[in-house]
Design a protein. Structure first.
Length: 377
């Protein structure tokens, strides 16, 4: 059913188009042409303007040939770098990049699979509900396109994101994350001449971190201090230090407990290292900024969208396996907007590295799966 040559050519063509985050113009024009040729109405939202990108998120609407709840298929068109001049090569059924660049199978394997599935749906005149294909921009720099997406444009309340490794894998649950920025301000003084007149921001930061639970907190929760910068010279007591950290959890309650704990450690360290200078108590100032990076997602196994995936797989004699997500993806954001969405494996491998690859046979399998869910949706 799936045309191996066509899906291979489709993927190779896309991979050769450079599409770093916010510079997706050429890729968007290519996709607009493809989706239009397949019979879709193609439009963009305003996300390009609000994010400084070349284009907005692309929405391709395929009218239904039967009645029913519309189905959303979600993808992203940007890739990580290095991606300036990608030369995809096919050797023994495996596509990789010839040079020192990524391949862009993340997420172009998914896009090629969806396009191949739509080719087949059209060729075989498979009856289907209305389909909405969203291809976001700037996913790789913090789900920026999905966060700025104009949700009033879509009707679907259920969907699939094709954006993870493996084949016949489904991610229903992924953690939410909080990002924090902390600035500690102490008091500078000459380290050799008058150390008693200073308060070291580095010491406060060190104390705070030593009090902190970090790393794997429990099966659902992780935490990290990722960057630290500050100080001026060895002979100056460091006045300021900036830190960046994050907490993630599948459980929103645990996420807020861990975030609060980390922030409380900075306050505790500032209290404990309060010192007296010229008869006055001097306490380090702690400035904290916390923002939600993305919300957690948890789609129940008995949700209609999960059952659709499992039914489609079993109709082909295959089994859809559950896998716990570890990071944030567009699906976190879509779920946050009341669109029940799970993430499906596309066969992409070693993503975000120059050894990224995808096996043609696996793209074929995923395209077959997409045809089946469209048939059954
Ligand atoms: Zn991706």
């Amino acid at each position: 059913m799936v045309n191996r040559d066509r899906i291979t050519t489709e993927f190779m063509r896309q991979a050769a188009i450079s599409s770093p985050s916010l510079k997706e113009g050429a890729m968007a024009r290519y996709l607009q042409e493809r989706f239009t040729a397949l019979g879709a109405e193609v439009l963009y939202d305003q996300a390009g303007k609000s994010t400084g990108g070349e284009v907005g998120n692309l929405l391709a609407r395929f009218a239904g040939s039967k009645k029913g709840e519309p189905l959303l298929l979600s993808l992203h068109m940007d890739t990580v770098g290095p991606c300036e001049t990608i030369e995809p090569i096919l050797i023994d059924g495996v596509i990789s990049s010839a040079g020192a660049t990524i391949l862009g199978a993340d997420d172009k394997a998914g896009i090629a699979e969806v396009i191949e599935a739509l080719e087949i749906v059209r060729e075989l005149k498979i009856r289907h509900v209305p389909l909405e294909v969203v291809v976001t921009i700037a996913e790789e720099i913090g789900l920026v396109g999905a966060k700025h997406f104009d949700y009033s444009l879509i009707r679907s309340r259920r969907g699939f994101a094709f954006d993870t490794t493996g084949v016949d894998f489904m991610v229903r649950q992924a953690p939410g994350a909080n990002r924090m920025q902390i600035e500690i301000t102490g008091l500078a003084s000459h380290a050799g001449v008058a150390p008693e007149n200073g308060l070291s921001a580095i010491q406060v930061a060190a104390k705070a971190i030593s009090l902190m639970r970090l790393g794997r907190i429990d099966a659902e929760t992780t935490a990290n201090i990722g960057t630290i910068a500050g100080g001026v010279a060895t002979n100056i007591i460091a006045e300021t230090v900036q830190l960046k950290g994050e907490a993630r959890s599948h459980d929103p309650q645990k996420l807020s407990v861990q975030t609060d704990h980390m922030l409380a450690c900075f306050e505790q360290a500032a209290d404990e290292l309060t010192t007296t200078i010229d008869g006055k108590a001097v306490r380090a100032k702690v400035d904290i900024k916390v923002e939600s990076d993305f919300p957690s997602m948890s789609v129940p196994k008995n949700a209609q969208i999960c059952q659709l995936a499992c039914k489609a797989a079993s109709a082909m004699g295959r089994t859809m396996h559950d896998r716990l997500g570890g990071g944030g993806s567009d699906a976190n954001i879509f779920n946050g907007h009341q669109i029940e969405m799970v993430i499906i494996g596309t066969g992409m491998q070693n993503v975000h590295s120059i050894s990224e690859s995808v096996v043609v046979e696996e793209m074929v399998q995923v395209a077959e799966f997409i045809v089946e869910v469209i048939k059954q949706a």
